[in-house]
Design a protein around this ligand. Structure first.
Ligand SMILES: [Zn+2]
Length: 237
């Protein structure tokens, strides 16, 4: 039963929404009550991979040669000029932190339904170099982890894996340049925090797998560590 306080809060939120309407991060339409960050129509129209229940899916094949991998998945297909690209752009460049967490919650629900990630016990975001994090003000992969934790559970570790070398943006680079750009860019500063765990390494976009592979190589130096991967979106099919 609704309490007086919750009724008041709902009424106040309705007033705020009428004066300052929230807009869908994908289509720009006004969100209605119950919608957060992305309207239900856009959420339904996103191109889902449906990879998570399947072994040997394209995300796994992309990463399996790069690191000792348990399982991998990606929630969405990424294509240029698509709704997913607009979504990722809003997460990275428009400071939409709530959207990052909202998409993390969707990833968490997908992982829950999959059943293949049940023994993961720690969420680890792909780190940004500290200067990029300072400029952006947040790490979108860390916020994805916080969203995953809200629906899938598990702790988030943001300190053990670090990007110790500043790398140029990957988005416009060819595959061989991407490899060179991120090779050796990551290291594990606190291996004891990861030892004995089955971690889920989390990123927003997987294109060639170079960044995740470089993280995986650094993580593979930790004894008794198992690694699975979840990306919000993947460019491969
Ligand atoms: Zn929309």
């Amino acid at each position: 039963m609704a309490t007086a306080a919750s009724s008041f809060r709902d009424a106040w939120q309705s007033v705020l929404q009428a004066v300052f309407p929230s807009l869908c991060a994908c289509c720009g339409e006004v969100l209605v009550q119950g919608e957060r960050q992305v309207c239900l129509k856009c959420l339904g129209n996103l191109e889902y991979t449906l990879y998570s229940p399947h072994d040997d899916n394209p995300a796994e094949r992309m990463l399996a040669t790069r690191m000792p991998l348990v399982n991998a998945t990606s929630l969405l297909h990424f294509q240029q000029e698509s709704t997913v690209q607009r979504l990722v752009h809003a997460m990275k460049f428009r400071s939409n932190c709530e959207l990052c967490e909202a998409m993390g919650r969707q990833m968490g629900l997908d992982l829950l339904r999959s059943g293949r990630f049940d023994d993961v016990d720690l969420l680890v975001p792909v780190p940004l170099h500290w200067t990029r994090r300072l400029v952006r003000g947040y790490n979108q992969s860390e916020l994805l982890c916080r969203g995953i934790a809200q629906t899938f559970g598990r702790r988030v570790n943001t300190t053990a894996l670090v990007r110790h070398r500043y790398t140029r943006k990957q988005s416009r680079r060819k595959a061989t340049e991407r490899e060179r750009n991120v090779s050796g860019a990551f290291s594990v500063r606190r291996p004891a925090e990861l030892q004995g765990h089955h971690i889920l390494l989390v990123d927003d976009v997987m294109t060639t797998g170079a960044t995740l592979g470089s993280c995986g190589q650094a993580l593979a130096t930790v004894p008794c560590l198992r690694i699975s991967v979840a990306a919000l979106s993947v460019a491969a099919r």
